[in-house]
Design a protein around this ligand. Structure first.
Ligand SMILES: [Zn+2]
Length: 306
């Protein structure tokens, strides 16, 4: 029987599961069932709510409004910081247009209302990915924070010294302009334009190549969280080692290293236990032919990858 008796136990459960969507949702459901008894300011409650909001692309988004409201009431500053993290995650993750991302868009609108400048670079990257309606919401948020829809004003704002995490402001503001532009002409949109948009939407489920150049480097912890979300979003198990099948803490590794052109697509990611992770560099040197062939085809690296 799972112990759901305290927020501390719930938080531990989430950590042990490798932030599996189902476990996070079960934990939030348990909090919700005892909403009168829990202290929303309890750091463990806050971490459970944050884990829920950071599980981008989880299948049942509706429940997230509960976490969003509770976190905002308990700790508004932490809520805003979490929304910035969510936008950064989205900017660097595969986007699935069919999901719509209603809660994430609500978070983006809140960032726009509060004019959170720290979110600008990630919002601009997201706008430039041109996956609607998420990108348009991000572009509108950039315009609201900057106070202008002028490309030059946006570039200027992104270039300011107080936003050191933004590089290539021109590329970022171009993306914002492109995302803002189609809304003016939706009625006159030609079928050719619609077709182009669909092609772009297919491309959007791939991670953006430019984001790493446009955003500040990620901490290792954030990177792990993002890669884990990508793996879970593809329906893969991150709570077991993808090589030896051991259940327990895992870290997410790349089959083909990023430095050699490996991507963050699910097919190139594998959850590994500590022992198998230590083997990774040697195995890579020896050649990862089977894994690389599978990764090249966009398939999941299989068991006994080594
Ligand atoms: Zn292992």
């Amino acid at each position: 029987m799972t112990d759901l008796s305290s927020p501390k136990a719930l938080r531990r459960l989430i950590d042990e599961s490798g932030h599996a969507f189902a476990v996070i949702e079960e934990a939030v459901g348990a909090l919700r069932a005892r909403i009168r008894d829990i202290d929303p300011h309890d750091p463990d409650v806050i971490e459970v709510l944050r884990a829920h909001l950071l599980a981008i692309g989880s299948p049942s988004d509706v429940m997230k409004y509960f976490s969003l409201e509770l976190l905002e009431r308990a700790d508004p500053a932490r809520a805003i910081a979490t929304y910035v993290e969510v936008v950064e995650l989205l900017a660097r993750s595969p986007i699935h247009p069919e999901r719509g991302y209603p809660v994430e868009r609500a978070m983006i609108r809140l960032l726009a209302d509060k004019k959170v400048t720290g979110a600008l670079p990630a919002l601009a990257v997201l706008a430039g990915r041109e996956v609607y309606p998420l990108s348009r919401t991000a572009a509108r948020a950039v315009a609201a924070i900057v106070g202008s829809t002028e490309k030059d004003a946006i570039t200027d704002r992104l270039r300011r010294a107080d936003l050191p995490e933004a590089t290539r402001p021109d590329a970022l503001s171009d993306g914002v302009s492109r995302a803002l532009w189609p809304q003016k002409r939706t009625s006159a949109q030609s079928s050719q334009e619609r077709r182009r948009k669909i092609t772009r939407e297919n491309a959007a489920s791939m991670p953006p190549d430019a984001s790493s150049a446009c955003l500040r480097p990620e901490s290792s912890k954030k990177r792990q969280a993002r890669l884990r979300a990508i793996l879970l979003g593809a329906g893969r198990d991150a709570a077991r080692c993808g090589n030896c099948d051991l259940a327990g803490p895992t870290r997410i590794g790349h089959v083909v290293p990023v430095g050699r052109g490996g991507s963050d697509r699910p097919g190139n990611l594998v959850a590994l236990c500590a022992a198998c992770l230590r083997l990774l560099p040697r195995r890579r040197r020896e050649g990862f032919d089977a894994g690389r062939r599978r990764a090249a085809k966009g398939e999941a690296p299989q068991m006994n990858l080594f």
